[in-house]
Design a protein around this ligand. Structure first.
Ligand SMILES: CC(C)(COP(=O)(O)OP(=O)(O)OC[C@H]1O[C@@H](n2cnc3c(N)ncnc32)[C@H](O)[C@@H]1OP(=O)(O)O)[C@@H](O)C(=O)NCCC(=O)NCCS
Length: 398
């Protein structure tokens, strides 16, 4: 046994782990009703605790999920969340022990990927995670944000009672789930928790297409402040097609008495500025990392995604945390296989994450010093192999 005993917690210990996590994030203790609706997210065997002298010192859990990868496949992924270490036990290797145990567990479960959303950008790279999707925050002054007449439209937006949201939104989300790389699953436990956390102030708009089929929704909340007037905060908006997204935006920007609309997290390539008569009315106030990905089984993860047309490239991967991934891989549109050829590019496993869903090009990572180049011809080939037609986007907090 190491200095920190890490083991899966039993059900009677889950709440203690949750409270430890909240305290680590400097949040108040949970309300009973939020906890009650949260328990479904705790999967027996996937909630880890690290003990020091018999006391719970840190925790990390994962839920069983999927992530859409280029080419449209849904790949099993452990969704890592609720990570926290007691303030009096930090910087003693507790998180490292938890991560080690968790990544091994993900591997043994046959999940090629692990994913998380990070409170700070400096924590997880050492464990092989990298930023795989980013998202932007957009802000519009409603009075000046006018839609062009040639924006695709149709269908109808209606308000749905928040109490009925749980019956309507999951079905729409399922239709959107695979719509772009980086999207992840939302199960009943997720919806139950998320709608409980939002509390009573939120509103729900649903878009239905010309045939009456629901194909998009926006979940938002009006907030009044003395200096900014009334702001509509859009927390969650998704649709199966751009016309439905445009109509939801049109609706939000048409609500009386609203001064500002702030939406986050939105895809980087959402064409909002293209829909406006004055594109400068769409102000991007932040671009932030969204989904962090860890290729746990490198060959399985690479094989699962589609690649663009280009000559195969031999990539050498270094993985200090899961050495089974160390080695060279021939990556091409027809096959991905381990090989003993001389590497053309070398990188740490964490640098695969920004490439994997198409958020960054190999050229950018070369310029950043994150890919070592042994054969310059491999760089444009890798650019073409990993490129995707649209920006990856997760857009789901977990
Ligand atoms: C982030 C957190 C989980 C780290 O736990 P920890 O037990 O202190 O981490 P470890 O001791 O295993 O640290 C491993 C390494 O990461 C570094 N590290 C960990 N957290 C860091 C942070 N927040 N900032 C900078 N470096 C950090 C450590 O310095 C250490 O580096 P070293 O190996 O070079 O010595 C803990 O600080 C915490 O609970 N923070 C508040 C809650 C939170 O942010 N949770 C994460 C939610 S996504």
């Amino acid at each position: 046994m190491t200095q920190h005993e890490v083991r899966p917690l039993v059900e009677s210990e889950f709440r203690e782990a949750y409270e430890l996590f909240l305290r680590a994030l400097l949040e108040p203790p949970s309300r009973d009703e939020v906890w009650d609706r949260s328990t479904g997210r705790y999967e027996p065997g996937r909630v880890l605790g690290a003990f020091v002298d018999g006391e719970l010192a840190g925790t990390a859990m994962a839920t069983t999920n999927v992530v859409a990868v280029p080419g449209g496949r849904k790949l099993p992924a452990g969704a890592v969340t609720r990570v926290g270490v007691r303030a009096d036990q930090t910087r003693r290797g507790v998180l490292t022990a938890l991560m080690r145990a968790q990544l091994r567990d993900v591997w043994h479960r046959g999940e090629p990927l692990a994913m998380l959303q990070a409170s700070e950008a400096v924590i997880y790279e050492r464990f092989g995670y990298g930023v795989a999707t980013r998202a932007r925050t957009v802000e519009l002054q409603r009075a000046r944000a006018e839609f062009r007449t040639d924006v695709p439209g149709g269908g109808r937006v209606r308000l749905v009672e928040p109490s009925k949201a749980a019956a309507v939104l999951p079905t729409i989300y399922q239709r959107c789930e695979l719509s772009r790389p980086g999207r992840i699953g939302r199960d009943d436990a997720w919806w139950s928790f998320w709608l409980a956390v939002l509390g009573k102030g939120y509103l729900v708009a649903v878009h239905a297409d010309g045939d009456g089929v629901d194909d998009g929704f926006a979940l938002y909340e009006p907030k009044k402040t003395d200096d900014q007037g009334t702001t509509l905060r859009v927390y969650d908006m998704t649709a199966t097609n751009p016309a439905a997204t445009a109509q939801l935006w049109r609706f939000l920007l048409g609500i009386d008495l609203v001064d500002r609309v702030v939406a986050q997290p939105r895809p980087l390539d959402e064409p909002l500025e293209w829909w406006l008569t004055d594109r400068r009315q769409c102000r991007v106030t932040e671009v932030a990392d969204d989904l962090w990905l860890r290729l746990v089984d490198v060959p399985a993860a690479l094989r699962a995604r589609a690649f663009g047309a280009a000559d195969p490239v031999v990539i050498e991967v270094h993985d200090a945390f899961l050495p089974i991934n160390n080695g060279c891989y021939r990556v091409g549109p027809d096959e991905v296989r381990p090989c003993s050829d001389r590497p053309q590019l070398s990188l740490d496993v964490a640098a695969l994450a920004p490439l994997y869903l198409g958020d960054q090009t190999a050229s950018t990572l070369v310029a950043a010093g994150r890919i070592a180049v042994h054969d310059p011809a491999a760089v444009p080939a890798a650019d073409r192999l990993f490129s995707t037609p649209e920006s990856p986007w997760c857009g789901t907090g977990f």
